[in-house]
Design a protein around this ligand. Structure first.
Ligand code: MG
Length: 126
């Protein structure tokens, strides 16, 4: 069975790019366009990995990530923060908030399949 990945991203270009790469690599891909929709889809679908944009209109990724991580029924979901170049210094903040990793934008299309594989195979820390 292929792994299920949820993309939460408001930027259409990034969204399409990620969708194309992940679909090409055989993953089942779900898409949400803001944090609110992301939280709902994550709870309903329980994906193996969530790629969560941080800057989104409405509910941002930090808030959505915290909501999921603070709820014991879905706190084990793996969530990777999609951060912009401007946030380079803030990456510790995402890990402190419970995110399982971060990916800097612009997205490196050659790098991403390996990273996804690595995150999927990583044992969750208790
Ligand atoms: Mg955004």
């Amino acid at each position: 069975m292929s792994h299920k990945i949820l993309i939460v991203e408001d930027n259409t270009n990034n969204c399409t790019l990620l969708l194309d790469i992940l679909t090409f690599h055989g993953y089942e891909v779900l898409v949400a366009r803001d944090g609110q929709e992301g939280v709902v889809l994550a709870r309903k679908q329980m994906p193996d990995l969530i790629l969560m944009d941080i800057q989104m209109p409405g509910m941002d990724g930090m808030t959505a990530g915290r909501i999921l991580k603070n709820d014991p029924t879905n706190s084990k979901l793996k969530i990777i923060a999609l951060t912009s170049f401007a946030m380079q210094g803030d990456q510790e903040k995402f890990l402190a908030a419970g995110f399982d990793g971060y990916l800097s934008k612009p997205i490196n299309t050659r790098e991403i399949p390996g990273l996804i594989e690595q995150w999927l195979n990583e044992e969750k820390l208790p």
